[in-house]
Design a protein around this ligand. Structure first.
Ligand code: BGC
Length: 765
């Protein structure tokens, strides 16, 4: 729990400080309200309903049942008896309506069901994975993608998504790094807000939109060793300054629901953690939405060695602040006894039910809970969806290397060797968590390149090597990559040599390497970052031919490409770009689109460098930070914020509107950005700050502003960023408060986190 030190102690520790409440750094910002289209808050309606409910009906509302698991009671019966508040994993509009009719027409109190589904990066049309969307450094792209996803999902009757995932992740071994916005709380916050707006629209219940669920609260991204589900041990300083901000941003943007996390946070399971789910969420952030547990995480409070039995687990989850339990039936089995024994009070239980009913009310479900089945099919994978997905994929791509301007591919190349099994996979290009996506809708890299380059340029494909996950994935049944077809070593050798021969015979080779979609995501952590299988060998053999080589990466975590970064002329990080991935990659390789994405994570040279996030504190021998290891560089391969373009840009005339600014106001920072090339392109202007002295050491630099700008060839423009001094506030491990501390700050503006254009300013009280 937080402790508060006496004011006199604070004054001794660091003076002058601006003392504030834990929440006050955000005091000037709009209140966290769940906006509702219904125009009323529904309190009276819900209270009256609550007054009529039996205990079984209340616990029913608090239970979410997954329809892809074995049920001990048929779904219809549960809906009729009011034993379920929400169903998970149904995507058939007619079946959704049918079950909804059972609940509304046949249950005693006619309470509508809430249908949830993981709409993570698209529903049927798949958009780039969230890490890729963050690489666009363009919140508008993320907002549009999630709004388009909401359109398809809601047309199917899905009303609730379990996204955005806003867990900060600084360990690429962790498979779920793909589901978030990477390592940085500022970028992560902007992406979090944008996604909430995209899913929910202007208000809960807005047409064609769905309820967002910000997850997993909190600290899941810091899983020990990058091993999924392992405990997280995070200092309060890191929680408040790094892991919490994207959650708070999503809540301020109006997120209507939140999911608790699986793991122990500092020794207390997140799903039974009252500090997180009550003190921070409700007291400090004034969250007004509903809290759902993660899958079976209430039941697992017992597995953690935390609760004694189902009754204890249920009581501790509800007392902590969980309103609805996902999948397991600990509430059903344990709450009646817990109530009887006084482990939980009727008032606490009612508060949870009220939250669920209010959410349903705000979403307009008591007025119209049904989906118009006649419109469902026409909303899927429309040309508008495809266009938005293609644009998102081109904006997400990051150009890591382009020696001798090998890209875009010259028209003089008359033959392209396209190598790598991922180039011909309709499933892998979508990435993990594409559960409602149809691989048959996808455009592969092979298809995209053939469409774009043939007949003028010949595109010849062979896989070269196959890759396979050593252990099965939990998603294999729903969504899996093509299985390897090469059975013997002789067959594999022959294919390898065939691919290298093809490279030799072609003018240029494009190698599409990376990971299967199942190698990232939930339960998809790795202990190494190598290119799986014999892909590295294939790459090195291709380079040895002397032909120009382009490496296109399909993956959702930094991989060890240190050798490639020195020997492969061009490297394009395409991530998992989604349904339109093949067309988008063809746009980028041909020059119809110009890469402008930037890395949302620092890229390590090897797995041993993890964590290598840029915002770290400098300590001893600060001027020689690249000598922290004697056996190699301590610097990342590519810094956070890095990314090239086919255009070139200069930034000059860094100018601050004033050399001092009062806490609570904004400082205008401008720079002249010029496209110094003959090609239109995008650059991201990035602003970093550093607090020189204060009650605690502050990171060497932290992102505090950015803007992606499109400039015509030769165009010059002054770009102005408004530095919000609230963003200079931080939670001090000395004062245990969020505050803005007056004093001297450094500021840099540039192309990435190693920006060298420097200025300074003073923050005044
Ligand atoms: C994941 C959640 C997800 C839920 C439902 C869990 O295993 O951790 O992120 O929303 O399953 O699919």
């Amino acid at each position: 729990m937080r402790t508060y030190v006496a004011l006199s102690t604070l004054l001794l520790l660091a003076s002058p400080l601006l003392f504030t409440t834990p929440h006050a750094a955000y005091a000037q910002r709009p209140n966290s309200t769940v906006r509702t289209a219904s125009g009323q808050d529904g309190e009276a309606f819900v209270n009256s309903l609550l007054g009529k409910m039996t205990l079984e009906e209340k616990i029913g509302q608090m239970s979410q049942v997954a329809l892809n698991t074995k049920l001990d009671t048929p779904a219809d019966e549960m809906a009729r008896k009011g034993q379920v508040g929400s169903f998970l994993f149904l995507t058939d509009a007619a079946e959704i309506n049918r079950l909804q009719h059972v609940a509304v027409d046949q249950s005693r109190l006619h309470i509508p069901l809430l249908f949830g589904f993981d709409v993570i990066h698209g529903f049927r049309t798949i958009y780039p994975v969230p890490l890729a969307m963050a690489a666009s450094w363009d919140p508008a792209v993320a907002e549009r993608a999630q709004s388009m996803a909401a359109k398809e999902a809601s047309a199917t009757g899905v009303q609730w998504t379990f996204a955005p995932m806003v867990d900060i992740a600084r360990d690429p071994r962790w498979g779920r790094i793909m589901e978030g916005a990477g390592e940085d709380p500022f970028l992560g916050s902007r992406m979090a807000e944008a996604q909430v707006r995209g899913f929910q629209g202007d208000s809960l219940g807005a047409q064609d939109h769905i309820l967002a669920c910000v997850k997993h609260f909190a600290g899941y991204g810091a899983a020990s060793g990058g091993r999924d589900y392992e405990e997280s041990n995070i200092s309060d300083e890191q929680l408040w300054n790094v892991y919490f901000p994207p959650f708070e941003a999503a809540i301020h943007a109006g997120a209507g629901s939140l999911m608790s996390a699986y793991m122990d946070l500092n020794g207390v399971p997140a799903t039974g953690n009252r500090y997180l789910l009550h003190d921070v969420l409700r007291d400090d952030w004034k969250f007004q939405g509903m809290v759902v547990s993660d899958w079976e995480s209430v039941m697992n409070l017992t597995t953690h060695g935390f609760s004694r039995d189902a009754g204890d687990a249920a009581a501790r989850a509800v007392n902590a602040g969980v309103d609805m339990e996902m999948t397991s039936h600990t509430f059903r089995d344990g709450l009646p006894a817990a109530l009887h024994q006084g482990l939980v009070t009727q008032a606490t239980l009612d508060a949870a039910v009220r939250q669920i009913l209010l959410t349903k009310y705000r979403m307009g479900l008591f007025r119209n809970p049904y989906v118009d089945v006649s419109k469902t099919a026409s909303q899927m994978v429309t040309p508008e969806q495809r266009e938005a997905a293609r644009q998102a994929a081109t904006r997400a791509a990051v150009l890591l290397r382009n020696e001798g301007n090998l890209l875009p591919l010259s028209k003089q190349y008359k033959s392209i060797a396209l190598i790598g099994s991922l180039a011909d996979s309709k499933a892998d290009i979508m990435g993990s968590w594409s559960l409602a996506g149809h691989p048959s809708d996808s455009v592969t890299v092979l298809e995209g390149l053939k469409k774009r380059f043939s007949p003028g340029t010949q595109v010849e494909y062979t896989k070269g090597v196959e890759i396979e996950r050593e252990q099965t994935s939990i998603f294999d049944e729903q969504f899996s990559s093509p299985k390897p077809t090469l059975k013997t070593d002789a067959e594999r050798d022959a294919e390898f040599h065939h691919a290298i021969d093809l490279v030799r015979q072609s003018d240029v080779a494009v190698l599409v390497l990376g990971e299967l979609q199942s190698m990232s995501g939930e339960r998809a952590s790795r202990s190494s970052l190598d290119l799986p299988g014999k892909q590295e060998e294939l790459l090195e053999a291709a380079v040895a031919t002397g032909k120009p080589i382009v490496l296109v990466l399909l993956n959702a975590r930094p991989l060890d490409i240190t050798w490639a970064s020195q020997h492969v002329a061009a490297i394009l990080e395409a991530w998992y770009p989604g349904t339109e991935g093949g067309d988008a990659i063809a746009d980028l390789l041909s020059g119809d689109a110009n890469p402008g994405g930037k890395l949302p994570v620092a890229w390590p040279r090897s797995v041993g460098q993890i964590p290598i996030n840029y915002a770290r504190n400098l300590t001893q021998i600060p001027n020689d930070p690249d000598t922290r290891y004697w056996d190699g560089s301590s610097a990342p391969l590519y810094p956070f914020g890095y990314g090239l373009s086919y255009s070139s840009f200069s930034m000059t005339n860094l100018h601050l509107a004033s050399n001092s600014v009062h806490a609570g106001s904004k400082l205008e920072v401008s720079v002249d950005l010029q496209n110094t090339s003959s090609r239109d392109g995008d650059e991201v202007v990035q602003l970093y700050t550093h607090q020189r002295a204060g009650s605690a050491s502050r990171p060497v630099r932290e992102l505090k502003g950015f803007r992606r700008v499109t400039l015509k060839a030769g165009e010059k423009r002054t770009v102005t960023l408004a530095l919000d001094t609230h963003d200079l506030g931080f939670w001090s491990p000395q004062t245990h408060h969020l505050s803005m501390e007056p004093g001297a700050f450094d500021l840099w503006v540039g192309h990435d986190s190693s920006a060298s254009d420097h200025a300074s300013f003073t923050l005044l009280p």
